[in-house]
Design a binder for this molecule. Structure first.
Ligand SMILES: Cc1cc2nc3c(=O)[nH]c(=O)nc-3n(C[C@H](O)[C@H](O)[C@H](O)COP(=O)(O)OP(=O)(O)OC[C@H]3O[C@@H](n4cnc5c(N)ncnc54)[C@H](O)[C@@H]3O)c2cc1C
Length: 312
């Protein structure tokens, strides 16, 4: 392949797509708006403590992803969730290690926010904030679909009508992540805890998980989609008093700090019937968890699926 390809998004789908295309000889550049890589495989440091604030773990149901996870484990960038009864893997030392690892050797521009994509002379002009516009042969959009469609709209690109309608119908749940630092050990079970109802969906102790140094506990609390949708704009100061009574039995030590991360596009509500979309006549593809399935594994499978189409 001699084509130049821009991949918008350095989450797992974009990184695996770019790696695969590069292995096949394509010239690929990844544009990622954040400083870190991995997208929703995200880790945040607050003071001396460490939180996984997005995906908490991943599982592998397909042989291809299972082989990748096995390779990550033997390369020391993934391991088992300590003492978890189900077969869960986590990034090592934390989730964002996987993004860093997958980006090694690739041409990645971080803090490169794409503002619009425009079709010019059968090529793509990719407008990047504070940087020169990039001209490439092919384009892959791996951000959550509403964000990808906004880039096309900003560049006045019209998609074939049926694809446009199908993509525009994809919606995502929001999530609010409260990152709670405690003055001592928490009472959260080692394997974390799912709440079946109410505003809290999940709680996990990042010290017991093995990613935050021992001492102050670092507890990730994910709030439910319905609660997050209703209270999305609230600050941590407003949210925590609403949530504290619900999680108090598992805190077990005084609260030292609460930080908040808002995920506007946390997980797709519906998944596209195909693992990716490739529009050959436009040299344009879409990948991500809204295509391959609403988990880390689904996003990985989607990146690979698009690589097969683009490399064909
Ligand atoms: C709170 C939460 C909990 C989760 N828990 C789990 C779990 O336990 N297990 C599991 O398997 N999955 C979980 N998931 C889902 C999992 O994280 C995702 O399915 C997967 O990481 C999605 O990968 P992706 O590559 O499709 O998208 P992303 O990781 O979202 O990657 C897209 C990238 O595009 C970038 N981007 C967006 N717009 C632009 C732009 N204009 N210019 C440049 N870059 C741009 C973004 O910054 C991002 O890095 C969770 C997600 C969240 C948010």
């Amino acid at each position: 392949m001699n084509d130049t390809i821009a991949v918008v998004g350095g989450g797992i789908s974009g990184l695996l797509l770019a790696r695969t295309l590069r292995e096949r000889g394509a010239k690929v550049i990844i544009l990622e708006k954040s400083r870190g890589l991995g997208g929703r495989l995200a880790t945040k440091r607050v003071g001396g403590v460490v939180f996984d604030q997005g995906a908490q773990y991943f599982t592998a149901k397909t042989p291809r992803f299972a082989a990748l996870v096995e390779a990550w484990r033997s390369q020391g960038v993934a391991c088992a969730w300590p003492e978890a009864s189900t077969h869960r893997s986590i990034g090592k030392p934390s989730m964002n290690a996987l993004g860093k690892f997958l980006a090694e050797g690739l041409d990645v521009k971080r803090e490169a926010k794409v503002l619009s994509v425009r079709r010019v002379d059968k090529m793509w002009d990719v407008e990047v904030e504070n940087q020169p516009t990039l001209r490439v042969d092919q384009l892959a959009l791996t951000a959550p679909v509403p964000q990808s469609l906004a880039l096309l709209k900003a560049g006045n690109v019209e998609l074939p009508a049926e694809v446009a309608v199908n993509l525009a119908s994809l919606r995502y749940h929001p999530c609010l992540a409260l990152l709670v630092t405690l003055g001592g050990a928490s009472l959260v079970p080692v394997e974390g805890m799912v709440f079946s109802e109410g505003p809290v969906r999940w709680i996990a102790d990042n010290v017991k998980k093995g990613i935050s140094p021992a001492g102050a506990a670092a507890v990730t609390v994910h709030l439910s989609p319905a609660f997050a949708a209703e209270h999305y704009a609230k600050s941590e100061l407003e949210l925590f008093p609403m949530i504290e009574p619900l999680i108090a039995p598992w805190l077990g030590a005084p609260v030292v700090n609460v930080a908040l991360h808002r995920w506007k596009f946390s997980e797709p509500i519906t998944v596209f019937p195909e693992p990716c979309v490739w529009l050959d006549e436009l040299g344009l593809g879409f990948a991500g968890d809204a295509f391959g399935g609403a988990r880390v594994e689904g996003a990985a499978l989607s990146g690979w699926a698009l690589a097969d189409k683009m490399g064909a």
